[in-house]
Each structure stands twice: as C-alpha cells, then as structure tokens.
Design a binder for this molecule. Structure first.
Ligand code: NAI
Length: 319
C-alpha cells in the first residue's frame, strides 16, 4: 500500500484517477482532505519533512495573512490576537480604547494595535484602508468585541437594549460589510463571529445580551450563505464560562471562579486561550469546508442535563 505522503503527491498529479483506484474510498477521502486542493485556497501550502523524511504538503494555518481582531485589548480578543500573531498572521488588533493599554501583539511582529469602535463606520473604513495599504487585503476578520449588561427583562430599558445590539450585532454587521469586499476581491477570506452559548439558549437577567447574540448567530448563517460563493467562509464560536474581565471579578481566585462551573461536564471555567485555538482553526485552511458552522467552547455546559437518579450521573449531579 502507498505511504500517505506518496499517495498525496500522486493525487495532485495528472494520474489522480489511476492512483485513486488503488486506494479505498476512505483512504482517498482522508488523503484528499488532508492534502488536497480544497485546503489550499490561498495557495500558501508549505512543504516540510515528516518524521520519515518524506516531503509532505501542510495546511497553512494563517502565516502571512492579514487578520483584524476587534475587542483585542482584553480577555478573549487579546488571546485571539496573540495566538494569530504567534502563528504568523499580520494582526491588526483593535479596541474602542487603546491608549495606555499594552498591545496584544508580540514585540518584533508586524502587526498593529489600532483604535476601532465597532459601532463607528469611519473607524472601520480607516482600519480597513490602513491594513490594505500597509499589508494587503485582510484575509481574516474576528468579530469579538462585545458588552454585557444584566437587568431583569421588565427593568431593561430600550436604550440598554439598543446599546447592546449596537455593539454585539451591528458592530459585527458593519465589520462584515466593510471587510468582506476586500476578501471578495481576492476570492478568499474567513470571518469568525464570537457569539455565545447565550445564542443557543438564554440566561435570566441577560435578555438584551441574549437577543444580541441570537442576532449575531443568525447573521453568521445569512453571511455564510451570501458570502460563501465569493470565497468567504463565515462561522461562529459559542464560548461559555470563560475567565475574562467581562464575567469575572478581578478579585476572584481561580478556584472561586472555577467553582461556579463545578456542575458542568468539564467542571471548571474556560481560558481565553482555549477559545483562541478554536478561532485559529476557523480562521485557517484547516476548516476549509466549514461555512455557517458553530463551535461550542463551553466545557460541555450546554451538552445536556444530569439526572442524578439515572445511571451515569456524576457525584456532583444535584438530586
Ligand atoms: P472583555 O470584556 O474582556 O473584552 C471585550 C472587549 O471588547 C473589551 O476589550 C472592550 O473594550 C471591547 N469593546 C467593547 N465595546 C467595544 C466597541 N464598541 N468597539 C470596540 N471594542 C469594544 O470580554 P470577553 O469575555 O473577552 O468577551 C469577548 C467576546 O466574547 C464578547 O463578544 C463576549 O460577548 C463573548 N463571550 C464571552 C463569554 C465569557 O464567558 N467571557 C461567554 C460568551 C461570549
């Protein structure tokens, strides 16, 4: 049987049909998915030596690609910008305020830390033009900026609802509308919307937030439909219980914060870096066949409910 690396090289050759016939369907699909043309949309595949010394094609993660990340001064946005930067992307990290805040981009990297209020079209246009002029058209957009407000539904004002929708939904909408044309012009791009597990269910006291995140989830689907034919993949991540200033009091210990999540399958809170890994996947060619996809990064919080009286319940399940 052919080694995987040999098979991959042959599949890329003009004799693909003949070689395929010597592989099982499963082998063919596995090889094609790992090495095939679908993964190489931006033509940046690299080669490298495998353990056995054979040269194989690798998926490009994000090396050399221009990425815009919103809300990057804090929490998840900061971790996402740093992760993309470490992986070789040219990251334009942005936030509504950047004065006096350390850049999430490593020193020596090419990226920038720029002011961008996601509700402001002028800010978006300026950052888009700046990125394009300095580094080329953006390939990656991560709509991460968000705000949270707690109040009972009957005490929530229209202004409070509008303020949340403005940042969490309209901010991402303006971002997509501004950046997608640059991606469309070159026929490729990846947009990742940071939604929430509150876009799959609801939390009491957070009706405005929940509404904004369900809206963003819907926008993700609509954008995936309309932008997919232009070569732009649009996907969503639903984090839940991530240790960031949005949901965690600065004075809280790790143990105290984890304790809030003691009854979910993974029994702890998540880290911003764990969300950044999922973003890296959706931003890169590794997710080349994902459009309109949703990834839960929530420690299993929304997987289901434990019934203590039924088999398989863990000791911490409440009766
Ligand atoms: P965070 O509060 O640490 O970071 C949010 C960032 O967004 C801040 O740097 C803030 O300045 C920025 N921002 C707010 N309004 C902005 C605007 N108009 N323009 C530009 N930037 C703005 O919070 P975290 O947790 O890192 O939140 C990131 C995203 O993840 C948000 O969309 C949030 O809704 C979402 N999320 C967070 C969860 C969690 O458990 N921490 C769970 C589910 C979703």
């Amino acid at each position: 049987m052919a080694k995987r690396s040999d098979a991959a090289a042959r599949i890329c050759s003009a004799e693909a049909g003949r070689v395929i016939s010597s592989l099982s369907l499963g082998q063919y699909l596995a090889t094609k998915i790992q090495f095939g043309r679908y993964a190489l949309a931006e033509g940046q595949a690299s080669t490298g030596a495998h353990g056995d010394g054979h040269q194989v094609r690798r998926f490009n993660m994000v090396d050399g690609r221009v990425a815009i990340v919103t809300g990057a001064a804090s929490g998840m946005g900061k971790a996402i910008a740093a992760r993309l930067d470490r992986e070789g992307a040219i990251v334009i990290a942005t936030d509504r305020t950047i004065d006096g805040i350390a850049s999430p981009i490593g020193t020596g990297s090419h990226g920038l830390f720029e002011k961008l209020d996601v509700t402001n079209q002028d800010d978006w246009s300026r950052v888009a033009e700046l990125a394009n002029a300095r580094f080329g058209p953006p390939s990656i957009l991560v709509n991460n900026a968000g705000i949270l407000h707690f109040s009972a539904l009957l005490e929530t004002t229209t202004e409070q609802l509008r303020a949340i929708i403005d940042v969490n939904l309209i901010g991402a909408f303006i971002g997509i509308r501004t950046i997608a044309p640059f991606m469309a012009a070159k026929g490729s791009g990846s947009i990742v919307n940071i939604c929430s597990i509150d876009a799959t269910k609801a939390t009491n006291g957070a009706s405005a937030y929940v509404a904004s995140k369900w809206g963003l989830r819907g926008l993700t689907k609509a954008a995936a439909l309309e932008l997919g034919p232009l070569g732009i993949r649009v996907n969503a991540i639903h984090p839940g219980g991530i240790s960031t200033p949005m949901v965690r009091d600065a004075a809280m210990t790790d143990e105290a914060f984890d304790a809030i999540y003691h009854d979910i399958p993974l029994q702890r809170a998540g880290l911003p870096e764990e969300v950044a890994e999922a973003v890296l996947y959706l931003a890169s060619d590794r997710s080349s066949y994902c459009a309109g996809t949703e990834i839960l990064v929530d420690g299993g919080a929304t997987a289901g409910k434990y019934y203590a009286q039924l088999p398989g319940a863990p000791p911490f399940a409440s009766p």
